[in-house]
Design a protein. Structure first.
Length: 66
């Protein structure tokens, strides 16, 4: 499994555990749901800024997604 896939899987797991849809989370951090989906599927490599926004929105330390 690649790093992008691992990061995406962890984001998806936390998002689902918190009962958030891709649409709700993406709206909360100001990105498109399509881009979030691509991150979760390991197709996109999120920037550090995006990871920080996701970590904050999901109430996780950014290190969790490593």
């Amino acid at each position: 499994m690649s790093v992008k896939e691992l990061v995406g899987r962890r984001i998806k797991e936390v998002r689902q555990a918190k009962g958030l849809s891709q649409e709700a989370l993406s709206e909360k951090i100001g990105m498109s749901a399509k881009y979030l989906s691509s991150i979760e599927w390991g197709k996109e490599n999120p920037t550090l800024d995006t990871l920080i926004k996701l970590a904050d929105a999901l109430h996780r330390n950014i290190k969790y997604f490593q």
